[in-house]
Design a protein around this ligand. Structure first.
Ligand SMILES: [Zn+2]
Length: 450
């Protein structure tokens, strides 16, 4: 039987990442992610896996974002008992992320037709299957298969996965980092592969340069200070929040940050920031240099965190200028909804999006210029200023993706995944014209022989 790869998610969309590789003697998964966004995505999470979980030998996890790890507890519940290979940092982060996701499932399933997708016990049990490996160390999950994880520069612990199998080599990009960004190193360049499975989230776009990002961020904060108004930053708990705190800490150290309160209103982001503080050795050269003169690069005078619901609700009474960083990053759930509910109808309020907004989310609707939105059963007229900072994205843009792909000297076939079709098609054209590589756009569920 020929070896095959099946594209089970993130084909034509950016969520639900999962690939099934099958050989004569092995079946394994790369990622087991949650579909996010519209209700249709939610329904997809409830469907049975299109394979028998008890027959999967092992899983390799690229990183701890929910759209890559979010169905692992369900996979355990449905009978998977193989090893889950990932980096130590990803394991720590995945425990925080999946425990939080299970709590949301247990308490927050909105559609009464649906039961919790998984519960905390499924998540906790799945943690026993993890086996961690540092970047750059080769290991063998089964006879005849070798694996190596490399720094993807995307979020803490994220890996590009090299797999050697029966004379073939596959490289899974996972999500590739945006370079240069705060904290993270550049994605590792890989030279050889027969097949590259590459993300394409921003395959049709270029980010603004990092200097523009910092200038724009500082300008929005200064405007909030001048106006005595709120700057609300819907932020993903993992990586975006820490990038922001690090950047604001640097502003404070260089004396340019206006003297207004900065509040992180996300217990999960606070928990994850504590994990970041344990892995500072993985961060880039600038981070190491600043660490010599400031031993906590995620904390500064004027910054505070809300740990309880009471502290969070008290923010509604906060008068004057403030920066409020709160989840979720796409504004679809979480504490940021309360802040939007209170401040969206105020023209001096600024809402700054700092990450990719999936279609059909509140974040995407606001960016698209919606003048009326519904939040927690309230209809709100949007008078606030809605802004976007693309360069804070953790994903490489088109130039970054092409730069990483140009590192391959072995002329691999490239499968483009993890992007909407418009992004994949734009990137496929460039991959062919600039790199002279064959780029394939697989459909959801499609099986390719390798
Ligand atoms: Zn990611």
């Amino acid at each position: 039987m020929a070896n095959t790869i099946q594209f089970l998610g993130a084909a034509g969309v950016v969520t639900g990442s999962s690939y099934l590789v099958s050989t004569d003697s092995a079946k394994f998964l790369i990622d087991c992610g949650l579909f996010q966004g519209a209700a249709a995505a939610d329904r997809k999470n409830y469907q049975s896996f299109p394979y028998n979980p008890t027959k999967i030998n092992f899983l390799i996890l690229t990183h701890a974002h929910l759209d890559h790890c979010g169905l692992i507890p369900k996979l355990y519940r449905d009978g998977f008992r193989g090893r889950i290979y990932t980096t130590p940092a990803t394991f720590d982060l995945a425990q925080a992320i999946l425990t939080n996701a299970a709590q949301i499932q247990e308490h927050g399933v909105t559609d009464k037709q649906l039961e919790a997708l998984f519960i905390k016990r499924d998540a906790t049990n799945s943690f026993k299957l993890f086996e961690t490996h540092e970047y750059g160390k080769t290991f063998s999950p089964m006879p005849g298969i070798k694996v190596r994880l490399n720094d993807a520069g995307h979020i803490l612990g994220a890996a590009i996965v090299e797999v050697w199998i029966q004379g073939q080599k596959l490289v899974f990009s996972g999500d590739l980092g945006n370079s240069p960004v705060p904290i993270m190193k550049d994605p590792t360049i890989i030279r050889d592969a027969n097949y590259v499975i590459c993300e394409s989230t921003y395959g049709d776009r270029l980010h603004e340069p990092p200097s523009a990002r910092e200038k724009n961020l500082l300008a929005t904060i200064k405007q909030a200070a001048r106006d005595g108004a709120k700057l609300i930053i819907p932020s993903f708990a993992l990586e975006r929040s820490q990038d922001l705190l690090y950047t604001l800490n640097n502003f404070r150290n260089s004396g340019v940050l206006p003297n207004i309160p900065v509040i992180l209103d996300s217990p999960l982001a606070s928990q994850i920031t504590d994990i970041f503080k344990r892995y500072t050795k993985l961060f880039d050269a600038d981070f190491q240099r600043y660490l010599k003169t400031d031993k906590d690069l995620f904390d500064f005078p004027g910054f505070r965190q809300t740990r309880t619901k009471f502290q969070s609700k008290a923010l509604n009474q906060l008068s004057g200028a403030a920066v409020i960083i709160a989840g979720s990053g796409m504004a679809d759930a979480g504490r940021v909804q309360h802040h939007l509910l209170h401040h969206l109808d105020e023209p001096r309020t600024q809402v700054l999006f700092v990450g990719f907004q999936t279609p059909n989310t509140l974040g995407r609707r606001l960016i698209n210029g919606a003048r009326q939105v519904r939040i927690m059963r309230h209809r709100i007229t949007v008078k606030a200023q809605i802004k976007e900072l693309g360069a804070f994205s953790a994903h490489a843009d088109q130039a970054g993706l092409l730069r990483w792909l140009s590192g391959f000297t072995s002329k691999p076939t490239v499968f483009l995944t993890h992007g909407e079709n418009i992004s994949r098609e734009a990137l496929a054209k460039k991959v062919l014209s600039k790199l002279k590589l064959k780029a394939v756009i697989p459909a959801m569920g499609e099986i390719k022989t390798i």
